[in-house]
Design a binder for this molecule. Structure first.
Ligand code: ZN
Length: 312
């Protein structure tokens, strides 16, 4: 992965949370990579903090938990391709990490087979830096919130939506199980929702596509092409819906990255991508990520990208 989050040492207490990493830093998400990427990291030492902080979503978002009825998708008319039904289609939504992972270090640090090697079951994810007036907002809370909004938008268009988890289990699932859920559902598309934990100044979103790998249970040859198509559509629609630019720290401005170290992608037999909605460690990106209104736009962009991919 282009960016080794772990090099971004935390500078404050809040930052310490970061270690637990975001996507990038921790394994579940794009995050998992870091740990996957570096064997040394695997030890699990990084995934620590429990924290009180994380439990509290920030003010703007916390409110109506995730539901936020008022933000539910307007009907089809709001989007060009909205008129095209997704009836008969199955979309698996994978909210990165799990709010309970902080309390289950042993379980999430256990290694699982991802075909190309072994990697931590899952990671805690990153978080925004808390401030005097705003509590830290965890990536695990963020991914669930965006996933709920995404589910509302997709079901409104007629799609069947399956979640890999809904904080209805104490931790996980492990990255291999997350992939298996998409496979079992014979999903037409799978999107794993994340936010990155990179250095200040690194801004913007990116979509992670599976690299071509063939080893053990991993064989992405059949999904590399369709996953790229899915990812390109999501990147395009995400930019339009949110008005934010592609990441300025990887992908050369395309908003696309390709990785071979993510178990969730390596083990998938159906088209799948990860969406890193922004960098939680950058104050400006954090302003967006902690805004419920912006998260609705993010979900809209992802839903539009999926719809465009599925319906053309
Ligand atoms: Zn993540």
């Amino acid at each position: 992965m282009p960016y080794d989050h772990r090099k971004t040492a935390p500078r404050t207490l809040a930052l310490a949370l970061a270690l637990t990493g975001c996507c990038a830093a921790l394994a579940g998400c794009g995050a998992s990579q870091a740990s996957e990427a570096s064997p040394t990291a695997g030890k699990g030492g990084t995934q620590t903090p429990p924290p009180a902080v994380t439990a509290t979503p920030d003010a703007s978002s916390s409110a109506p938990a995730d539901g936020q009825p008022s933000r539910t998708p307007p009907p089809a008319s709001s989007t060009p391709q909205g008129s095209r039904s997704l009836a008969g289609r199955t979309v698996v939504v994978d909210p990165g990490h799990n709010p309970g992972n902080f309390r289950h270090s042993r379980e999430i640090n256990a290694k699982v087979d991802i075909g190309t090697g072994r990697k931590e079951c899952d990671t805690t994810g990153t978080s925004t830096n808390g401030t005097a007036t705003k509590a830290a907002y965890t990536e695990a809370a963020f991914t669930l919130d965006v996933s709920h909004r995404l589910r509302d938008l997709l079901t409104a268009r007629g799609a069947k939506v399956v979640f890999t988890h809904d904080a209805d289990r104490p931790w996980g699932p492990c990255i291999d199980e997350r992939a298996e859920i998409g496979n079992e559902a014979a999903a037409d598309a799978v999107v794993s929702v994340h936010a990155d934990g990179s250095a200040v100044g690194n801004r913007g979103f990116h979509v992670i596509l599976p690299a071509r790998v063939s080893s053990g249970a991993a064989d992405t040859a059949p999904i590399v092409g369709p996953s790229r198509e899915l990812g390109e559509n999501i990147a395009d629609r995400f930019a339009r819906a949110t008005g934010t630019a592609p990441a300025n720290y990887l992908g050369s401005g395309t908003g696309l990255d390709v990785r071979k170290d993510l178990g969730g992608l390596n083990l998938s037999t159906v088209p799948k991508v990860f969406v890193e909605c922004g960098n939680m460690r950058d104050p400006k990106d954090a302003e967006l990520l902690t805004s419920a209104a912006w998260r609705q736009k993010a979900a809209q962009g992802i839903a539009d990208g999926i719809a465009t991919y599925l319906n053309g």
